[in-house]
Design a protein around this ligand. Structure first.
Ligand code: M6R
Length: 604
């Protein structure tokens, strides 16, 4: 939440940081701002999307800039609460991502010293503190400020005395340094600066980084110079353009066959379990995640338990760390418990906290993540990288798909390893997994029939999604997608649970989306559809190719490609994503940037 970029080098900085900042808009879009050096510090900041701030800018020759896009925590979205913040003399400009826990007491003591605050933001204390401690050395001033503040943060500061220096530091929120040729960058993620460099440094918490155009220095809290690793990251295709699609979300939905295909190579490699350090008999497993990633985890539970008989519990990250310690089978750690953390961004605060709790309890931790080099990938024992490419739309789509795929591949590998699948069965599973991209494409090719369903939803105040067994998590995901981007209230339910309460809410104005695949729960689901129809609620069913019964008892019907029910979550997900997208489109909402949300949730 909140995105930061900075540049110092030989080129006009404004254009570079603006272009990079736009790639971080997924992290927040309440306001944005930029600080540059034109003999003195010049700051421009504006409420609303980056385009609002950009419209206020004039040409600049500054070769130094820091910029910020905000997701509001302290203080409403407004010009004055936008970053960069500065001291009264505008000698220092600071951008901040995160929250300062003790800002109120610091603010009171700064006010007592005669400082006037202009904003409601916790971040405004930072330039005032840095200015207070500044005596010609920005690194020292930032270091002294770190003695005083508590919280989570990435901070970047510039001073009017030096037109070629950015000082940055992080604690628990992301910061990468990009190395260029006589120019260097700072950023909240690699994607924002990948156009300019693939050489990255990932500073640790509380390491202070001094960036000039020809040097990057990393210092500890005693201001000793530290050695650092430079990592070369893979170049991803530029995603700045929507490629002819109206929204990133739609583009990303259509990219799913490719994302699945690209991830396959990584997932079905030789000896993946060894690479993940999974060389012991796993007695139990927990999957921990938030939001859409949690739903992928629920799907994973069904597949892993079915193929391996390893018991799997799935928890929300925000609950996991407060729950009782993870137990190995037969009591404390008799078999080392495995905890799989799923996070597309790799920086969700709740999931990071859960990862740390799991490690403290002696669990083996594995992350399924879409962002190489992200925080979680650096903290766990093993990493599965999904290769969806950058996802910009706040609603997770293609990353959900590859998370599920990763869990299926893991289940197959674990099953082979434990002997519950033999070699031919394993090969059969792998060949089924390889077919998923083409099944997903078939749904995409049929997108117009999904769009045709939109009129049955646009006037609804509430929509229910139901499924059973492996498609129950898909019902949850369908509801999350719809509420997130269309703002229509939606609930996902196990189909058998409606009669235990929610049936009271159904009427002709409450559409129900039923996922009916022909597994062992099919006949029960058919009964549930009948119960809903009897209450006059319209039923829109997604069912397997060739199903003769469902079209007769549903008001509307979408046919999935021919697929084994256990693989149905993939095409079902595409149906649900497109349905939500087309409904939101009809309602005219901000699909890529839904209100109140951000792509990376770095607060607990
Ligand atoms: O980056 P993560 O996978 O850890 O994010 C978890 C959730 O915040 C995320 O899935 C969220 O629910 C999506 N916006 C849903 O579309």
């Amino acid at each position: 939440m909140c995105g930061i970029v900075g540049y110092t080098g030989g080129q006009p900085a404004q254009e570079i940081v603006l272009e990079s900042l736009k790639k971080l808009e997924y992290r927040g879009y309440d306001s944005s701002g930029i600080a540059m050096h034109e003999g003195k510090l010049v700051i421009c900041k504006k409420e609303g999307p980056i385009a609002n701030m950009e419209a206020e800018l004039t040409e600049s020759k500054s070769t130094l800039a820091i910029a910020h896009t905000r997701w509001a925590t302290h203080g409403a979205p407004s010009d004055v609460n936008a970053h960069p913040h500065s001291d009264e003399e505008i000698s220092i400009a600071v951008v901040h991502n995160g929250t300062i826990d003790n800002y109120l007491e610091i603010r009171e003591s700064l006010e007592a010293e005669g400082h006037n605050f202009r904003s409601d933001s916790d971040s405004e204390i930072l330039p005032l503190l840095i200015s207070k401690y500044y005596s010609g050395n920005l690194v020292e001033a930032v270091n002294k400020t770190l003695d005083v503040i508590r919280g989570i943060f990435t901070i970047a500061a510039i001073h009017k005395d030096n037109p070629d220096e950015i000082v940055a530091v992080r604690n628990e929120t992301p910061l990468v340094i990009g190395l260029g040729n006589s120019e260097n960058f700072i950023s909240s993620d690699i994607y924002a600066i990948l156009k300019y460099t693939q050489e990255m440094i990932y500073p640790e918490d509380y390491q202070i980084v001094r960036v000039t155009s020809d040097k990057v220095e990393v210092l500890d809290r005693d201001l000793n110079l530290l050695d650092y690793n430079v990592e070369t990251v893979e170049k991803y295709t530029e995603v700045a353009e929507k490629g002819g699609f109206e929204h990133y979300m739609l583009k990303e939905i259509f990219e799913q066959p490719k994302a699945l295909q690209d991830s396959l190579t990584e997932l079905l490699v030789e000896s993946p379990l060894e690479r993940l350090g999974l060389n012991w008999k796993i007695g139990s497993m927990s999957i921990v995640a938030c939001g859409t990633s949690y739903h992928a985890g629920l799907v994973g539970k069904y597949v892993i338990e079915q193929l391996t008989a390893i018991p799997v519990s799935v928890s929300y990250s925000s609950e996991f760390r407060y729950a009782a310690p993870v137990q190995g089978v037969g009591g404390l750690l008799s078999s080392r418990p495995l905890v799989i953390l799923i996070s597309q961004s790799g920086e969700t605060a709740d999931t990071l906290a859960a990862a740390r709790a799991a490690k403290q309890q002696g669990c083996h931790t594995i992350a399924i993540c879409n962002v190489p080099g992200s925080r979680i990938t650096r903290e766990v024992d093993g990493v599965i990288i999904t290769k969806s490419g950058q996802e910009i739309g706040v609603a997770a789509t293609k990353t959900f798909m590859t998370q599920m795929q990763a869990l299926y591949a893991l289940a197959v590998n674990l099953a082979f390893n434990s002997g519950s699948l033999d070699h031919p069965q394993t090969k059969l599973w792998e060949s089924e997994i390889r077919k998923i991209p083409s099944k997903v494409s078939q749904v995409l090719n049929n997108c117009e029939s999904i769009r045709d369903l939109v009129p049955h939803f646009v006037k609804a105040k509430s929509v229910f999604f139901i499924g059973r067994n492996i498609n129950y998590p898909l019902a949850l995901e369908g509801a999350l997608k719809l509420k997130e981007i269309s703002y229509i209230h939606a609930e996902g339910y196990p189909a058998g649970e409606l009669k235990h309460g929610p049936l009271a809410l159904l009427s002709k104005d409450t559409p129900v989306v039923a996922i009916a695949v022909q597994d062992h729960t099919y006949s029960k689901l058919i009964s549930n559809i009948e119960e809903i129809s009897a209450r006059k609620a319209p039923v829109i069913t997604v069912a397997q190719k060739g199903d003769q019964l469902v079209p007769k008892i549903s008001d509307h019907f979408f046919e999935l490609p021919d697929i084994d029910p256990v693989l149905s979550p993939f095409p079902v997900a595409v149906f649900l994503q497109l349905l939500s997208y087309y409904i939101a489109h009809e309602l005219g909402t901000e699909i890529d940037k839904p209100r109140n949300l951000a792509k990376s949730v770095t607060v607990e």
